[in-house]
Design a protein around this ligand. Structure first.
Ligand code: F6R
Length: 260
């Protein structure tokens, strides 16, 4: 796990976008894993800028959303299918049919989850997965206690997550209780994972998953087992880390050829 502490969201977005740009230039038909929530938005804005200003090409790329609410009517502005379109994929030249999202309104949810997994496998798996982290350490919507080997499935949200996400809805009562999310096993299959976290409200979760024990109580801690996980955080999110100086020293002295 590589921890990179940066001054702010602009630098985080720039570094994550560099990794995605390098991947797309090396592999134009790359498969991207796309988180929603607030954390990745500056990355999407930066990629949109690079597409507009220097022709970064997504025409052969695929995108798989991490998760989706269950029970929102089709086209609801806060459904992740709509959010990912609005915030990112409608602003670049990815083919709309190459943007995949778990189906939270399927009649047969287990079958839809299996079909989602199959679609990822058919395309050779996710090359680069962007992640945020919840205040309780969730990634995707794998809440505390999620199995480390889980695949895409339905989950119940913890009350804290519903409260955290109420800012996107008219009120807490509108936030769904259920979601469909890629599992921790699904996320671990991505070849490279970039997790972004900013702000003091994420400091405890960052401390727990980076430096705490690997335990299902903190789902993101499984990333300690990932062979290529990059954690991009600002100073506030890094403020509880014991080894912050070591992470800074390591990144500042990293050979340039290594990239992220
Ligand atoms: C969103 C997702 C969640 C968020 C997490 C942090 O697709 O999977 O894990 O990344 O809840 O959300 P923000 O970035 O809004 O703090």
């Amino acid at each position: 796990m590589e921890v990179v502490i940066l001054p702010g969201t602009r630098q985080i977005a720039g570094l994550a976008a560099d990794a995605i740009e390098a991947l797309l230039r090396r592999k134009p038909n790359a498969v991207l894993g796309l988180a929603t929530g607030s954390s990745p938005l500056p990355i999407y804005d930066e990629l949109v800028r690079r597409h507009a200003e220097r022709g970064l090409d997504f025409s052969q790329a695929h995108g798989f959303a991490l998760d989706e609410y269950v029970g929102l009517p089709p086209g609801h502005p806060e459904s992740y299918r709509e959010v990912i379109r609005r915030e990112f994929t409608n602003r670049i030249n990815i083919q709309p049919e190459n943007v995949h999202c778990p189906d939270g309104s399927a009649e047969d949810i287990p079958a839809a989850c299996q079909a989602y997994e199959d679609a990822m496998t058919e395309l050779g798996g996710v090359d680069l997965q962007i992640l945020g982290v919840g205040t309780d350490g969730h990634i995707g919507f794998n809440e505390p206690g999620s199995s480390f080997t889980s695949r895409t499935r339905i989950k119940s949200l913890i009350e804290q997550t519903r409260k955290d996400n109420a800012r996107f809805f008219k009120g807490l009562s509108e936030v769904p209780h259920h979601v469909v999310t890629q599992g921790l096993g699904t996320i671990m299959d991505a070849r490279h994972v970039i997790l972004v976290a900013t702000g003091a409200q994420k400091a405890q979760a960052v401390r727990d998953f980076v430096e705490g024990p690997v335990a299902a109580i903190c789902a993101a801690s499984i990333l300690q087992f990932h062979p290529h996980a990059t954690i991009l955080i600002d100073e506030a999110a890094a403020s509880s880390l014991k080894l912050a100086d070591y992470y800074r020293h390591t990144f500042d002295n990293k050979p340039k050829w290594q990239g992220l």
